[in-house]
Design a protein around this ligand. Sequence first.
Ligand code: A2P
Length: 341
Amino acid sequence: MSKTFNVAVAGATGAVGSQMLACLEERDFPVKNLKLLATARSAGQKLRFKGEEISVEELTETSFKGVDIGIFSAGGAASQKYAPSAAADGCVVVDNSAAWRMDPDVPLVVPEVNPQAMGEYTRKGIIANPNCSTIQMVVALAPIHREAGIKRIVVSTYQAVSGTGKKAIDELYNQTKAIIDSLEPEKKVYPHRIAFNCLPQIDVFLDNGYTKEEMKMVHETRKILEDDSMAITATTIRVPVFFSHSESINVETHQPISPDEVRTLLSEAPGVSVVDEPSKSQYPMPIDAAGRDETFVGRIRADESVQNGINMWVVADNIRKGAATNAVQIAEILANDYLGK
Ligand code: A2P
């Protein structure tokens, strides 16, 4: 009989956590026992997994005793606080927050891109799941980097509200409804109205004038693609879309590469789906990517303003490939190649 694992999901009641349960079930992860963790507010709430109802428990320092794999999506503060004690209890943590991503002793993994980094988890017992915007960008860019060497990336994002969590999904819905009903929209999550608007701010501003989200894309991409010399600049925008982030990516390569070559490369790349028939108005869109695990790429064309430049449009479900699916894929590699042996 193949091995099964005691698994815990921290933040199980959240937007990403609930999708993690769905991914574990859909992908038939070898779960022996599943523990669902959240704040004391949610303790006792029942969630369904494989036809069974499981009670949510309060996340505490002793939650991970006897747990083999702990998948965290309960925010940075909870990861900072509970991941080390979980690891000390022998649980391998797959962490979706930003708390550990840039720690040199913590691998930052996108299974299609750098599975070779996985083994470094033994240093701290923690593996980090990258930022949602970074994941879809590196899935699309890694094959180009391997083929032609990326010199510079200029990326602008159009990010869905679900990346902020359940409260933001409710805020977009409630504000949209209020405006249509000619009522005053309430503002709780974002500094400005998100309905029928775009916000050029994701996370807090740093001293250099960029937001934390923009700098995450810079630093995380360099770590995953293992190239600290890569020039990267990002502008991240929140848009009134519920699910799936879109990105306009301009990439300059060291070696020449044509749009046709990029199309062929990406058609064969793991986790990528090319949708690129402009004459038929076929290109990736958030409404088509929502609920899917692939990273969709289209509008592939030469940047005629530089010698070796490509422009493209990349869309993926931020809650699935950008968070839950990627974390469960990491857990699968752990189970198959490391803990299962
Ligand atoms: P709860 O639902 O009890 O507040 P979202 O990203 O959709 O906002 O969800 C965040 C998730 O993380 C929820 O499951 C939330 O639980 C959980 N969470 C947030 N902070 C903590 C914490 N300090 N300890 C445990 N769970 C937390």
